[in-house]
Design a binder for this molecule. Structure first.
Ligand SMILES: [Fe+2]
Ligand SMILES: [Fe+2]
Length: 188
């Protein structure tokens, strides 16, 4: 994250997130050790929930308003976020060394790739075509701020990993707890 951050528009930010998620999935697949896998999966889950919530709060409303067939696109994309969350919740609950874990990662990857193709191939180019660049840059700032509303997940290999786990906790319930924190629906 450098000085160029402020000049990036929301499509840059969200597309970079997508690449990060897909890279994390490859990293998980290449990791044998269980605890490290769990850690990487928790990172993926928390980043993906933050991304989805930020899109739903600031990007999908603009899509609904400005895109031809925007309402349908938003309904489709939101349903895919739900689908991703169902898989992530299952992922929370399984042993990271099990074959179930590997299957769920594959399932998550399939849904995510499809979702990313929809967004980057169809909706994001339309956003850029319909909305002035300065507005998309402002939207990027809102998305960045929204993601910071929940505890930041450090890189899994960073030494302050435990701090995150103390704040949010690993494993079961992570998806729901993060979504609640991010949307201000917190029950704690
Ligand atoms: Fe996305
Ligand atoms: Fe999305």
């Amino acid at each position: 994250m450098t000085e160029t951050t402020n000049e990036r528009d929301v499509v840059d930010i969200l597309s970079a997130d997508h690449q990060e998620f897909l890279a994390l999935i490859q990293q998980i697949k290449g990791t044998i050790e269980g605890e490290q896998r769990r850690d990487l999966a928790d990172t993926l889950i928390s980043e993906l929930v933050r991304h989805s919530v930020a899109e739903e709060m600031f990007v999908y409303p603009a899509m609904r308003k400005h895109l031809p067939d925007g309402a349908e696109a938003v309904a489709h994309d939101t349903a895919e976020h739900k689908e991703l969350e169902v898989t992530m919740k299952k992922l929370e609950a399984v042993d990271s060394t099990s074959s179930d874990f590997r299957e769920l990662i594959d399932q998550l990857e399939t849904t995510l790739r499809d979702h990313v193709t929809d967004e980057e191939g169809e909706q994001f180019p339309q956003l850029r075509a319909q909305i002035p660049r300065e507005d998309l840059v402002q939207m990027a700032a809102k998305v960045e701020a929204a993601k910071k509303a929940a505890p930041t997940r450090p890189h899994p290999l960073a030494p302050n990993n435990q701090v995150f786990h103390k704040l949010v906790g690993p494993g079961v319930g992570l998806v729901d707890r993060l979504r609640d924190k991010l949307t201000g629906r917190s029950t704690s």
